[in-house]
Write a protein that binds this ligand. Structure first.
Ligand code: SF4
Length: 76
């Protein structure tokens, strides 16, 4: 099934974006524009803020279009 989902990752978290769920309120881009960029591709840059800040912003997404999960730590 193609749900047109976008996936982004840094070393700590993986973020998914489901554009069909997005209500385009612009909350993420307005409040954390270094990460959620409206005019650049790829539009999510997980290097733009610390992971805890990104997680707090994702938790504010009103539609559930943005989700995240913690990456498993690599075993040395
Ligand atoms: S906060 Fe969520 S619903 Fe709002 S623009 Fe961003 S992804 Fe879309």
């Amino acid at each position: 099934m193609d749900n047109n989902e976008n996936v982004f990752t840094n070393r700590e978290i993986t973020v998914t974006y489901a554009p069909r769920c997005c209500v385009n309120a612009g909350l993420c881009a307005n409040q954390l524009s270094n990460v959620f960029r409206s005019s650049v591709i790829p539009w999510i840059d997980l290097e733009g803020a610390q992971t805890d800040v990104i997680i707090k912003q994702i938790n504010k997404c009103p539609s559930g279009a943005l989700k995240y999960h913690l990456n498993k730590k690599e075993v040395a």
